[in-house]
Design a protein around this ligand. Structure first.
Ligand SMILES: *[C@@H]1O[C@H](CO)[C@@H](O)[C@H](O)[C@H]1NC(C)=O
Ligand SMILES: *[C@@H]1O[C@H](CO)[C@@H](O)[C@H](O)[C@H]1NC(C)=O
Ligand SMILES: *[C@@H]1O[C@H](CO)[C@@H](O)[C@H](O)[C@H]1NC(C)=O
Length: 495
């Protein structure tokens, strides 16, 4: 065990004095929005011809795996209340709204030969209401809710999903691309591949750690690239929009000044973030070399005939590389990373391949989520790390936010936004990182996956005990409204 006392001392100097927001303005063209995902808010799980997806199936089949046995059958009922949601966004003054399409609402079987017109109409109506209020739609095509029939043929382990996803993407660009100019193919593939196919806690609940998680990621990267190229070749000239893929990570800070811990922190970033970001956003493409080398080495020692990490051909590396028009980043918190020798050869797994121990400092402010501590300097460091490692991309923060228990006077959330937005401003103004947009997660308290309705991230409260799911603004609504209107975190900003 290392000395934690020394560690605390060294951490102290990293933090900006908190409680004093930066008093400079966000750049003129900086945009602010907020976000949701279909399964977390829509409800209407079998309305008007929607097909079943893996989250419907999983929450109904294994209610014991979700806090209080909850599910997204009704959620915020946004399927019926979307006009009210648009009013909330309008009241907030949001420049854009990031939401996701439910694949099975548009294509009930997942396949493009059977289109559900009612689902198409729902999104057409939502998009048209947004546009007529001056709110730009940012659409995620896949936020974890795979149509069940596609899981029945192996889900993301089956390479033919590249084609099914490509068909769904093409259909979406065709139907909605005149109005939607910002597309995100996938949200947080490391989460649904790792937790869905490795740890098995998310649907489909497969526990093939260090094997199927990598296979899932391989298919997803190819599917993303294919959708990007379809946009490039068939739609860009007429629609002139942008396509990206959302990658997420926490910041990993070396737990000490030792070279080993520095290397461990970088390795953890590469295994979490680089796993998806490298192939798309790095000038060299492909998986990070440290993943390729370590997984090949461990696989061989474990007796596998080839690496558990699938290989891209040079043609595939080129095909995937550069398939983005801006960098989409989700991030919430920070962890300390320590070199670990505890992972013996023998049990394949993503954690063992990484061989890094992570933990959080007990003194960091907490939230309602065990993993989410308030560490604003981690945001600034992460933005700088991305800026340096991925050749200075334009970055849109597509998720960032704070959980509590749903109180209306949500000072913890206001503090979080103040601190994190200050850190982002410093990255922009002092470090020259090109961040052009910020998305607060989320618009509404909603179904928070395995945690059901126990952790609340919304800037609007939703009363889940009332069948009408009424929405109420929180203190943070007013706070963000002012930030968006003035592009400033304090009463008066310097010019
Ligand atoms: C932690 O919480 C306290 C009390 O709410 C607040 O004053 C302080 O600024 C917070 N620190 C951070 C880094 O958010
Ligand atoms: C993969 O999907 C195809 C249909 O696209 C199906 O024929 C095949 O059996 C699936 N493979 C597996 C292993 O389920
Ligand atoms: C940020 O990126 C956008 C889009 O590529 C570009 O137009 C702009 O000039 C960049 N800004 C800075 C400060 O680099």
């Amino acid at each position: 065990m290392k000395s934690r006392a020394l560690l605390l001392l060294s951490l102290h100097i990293l933090s900006r004095t908190t409680g004093e927001p930066i008093n400079k303005k966000f750049p003129e063209n900086f945009i602010f929005g907020t976000a949701t995902a279909a399964y977390q808010v829509e409800g209407g799980w079998q309305d008007d011809g929607k097909g079943e997806n893996i989250w419907d199936y999983f929450t109904h089949t294994y209610p014991d795996r979700i806090a209080n046995g909850e599910n997204g059958d009704v959620a915020c009922d946004s399927y019926h209340k979307y006009l009210e949601d648009v009013d909330l966004l309008k009241n907030l003054g949001a420049n854009f709204y990031r939401f996701s399409f439910s694949w099975a609402r548009i294509l009930p079987t997942g396949k493009a030969d059977q289109v559900n017109q009612a689902g198409v109409d729902y999104y057409k109506n939502l998009i048209s209401a947004l546009k007529s209020n001056g709110i730009e739609p940012f659409v995620t095509l896949y936020h974890w809710d795979l149509p069940k029939p596609l899981e029945d043929i192996g889900g993301w382990l089956n390479e033919t999903l590249v084609e099914y996803f490509a068909d769904y993407a093409r259909l979406s660009f065709t139907l909605f691309g005149d109005d939607v100019k910002n597309w995100m193919t996938f949200n947080e593939a490391d989460q649904f591949c790792q937790v869905g196919y490795g740890y098995g806690a998310f649907p489909p609940g497969i526990r093939q750690d260090g094997i199927d998680d990598y296979l899932c990621g391989h298919t997803v990267l190819k599917a993303h690239a294919k959708a990007y190229h379809i946009y490039d070749e068939e739609f860009r000239a007429t629609q002139n929009g942008r396509v990206s893929m959302v990658v997420d990570t926490e910041w990993y800070e070396p737990a000490s000044d030792s070279d080993q811990d520095k290397e461990a922190a970088d390795r953890k970033l590469q295994f979490t973030f680089g796993w998806f970001a490298n192939a798309i956003y790095h000038p060299d493409g492909n998986y990070p070399q440290v993943m390729i080398d370590r997984i090949a080495d461990r696989s061989q020692k474990e007796g596998f005939s080839k690496s558990r990490l699938p290989e891209f051909t040079p043609e595939e590396v080129d095909y995937i590389k550069g398939t983005f028009d801006f960098f989409s980043l989700n991030t919430y918190s920070t962890n300390l990373a320590e070199w670990s020798d505890d992972y013996a050869i023998g049990n394949p797994g993503w954690d063992a391949d990484t061989s890094v121990t992570t933990y959080q400092d007990g003194s960091w402010n907490s939230s309602a989520s065990s993993w989410l501590k308030v560490v604003p300097w981690g945001m600034r460091k992460l933005l700088n790390w991305i800026n340096e490692n991925y050749d200075h991309p334009e970055i849109v923060i597509t998720e960032n936010g704070f959980s509590d228990h749903g109180e209306l006077d949500d000072q913890g959330r206001i503090n979080y936004y103040t601190e994190y937005l200050s850190a982002i401003l410093q990255a922009i103004l002092e470090d020259g990182v090109n961040v052009t947009g910020y998305t607060a997660w989320g618009l509404l308290d909603n179904f928070q996956w395995l945690n059901g309705y126990t952790e609340k991230f919304g800037i609007y409260q939703v009363n889940f005990d009332d069948p009408d799911r009424p929405r109420t603004p929180k203190a943070s609504t007013e706070f963000l409204k002012k930030v968006i209107a003035t592009k400033c975190l304090v009463d008066v900003c310097e010019d």
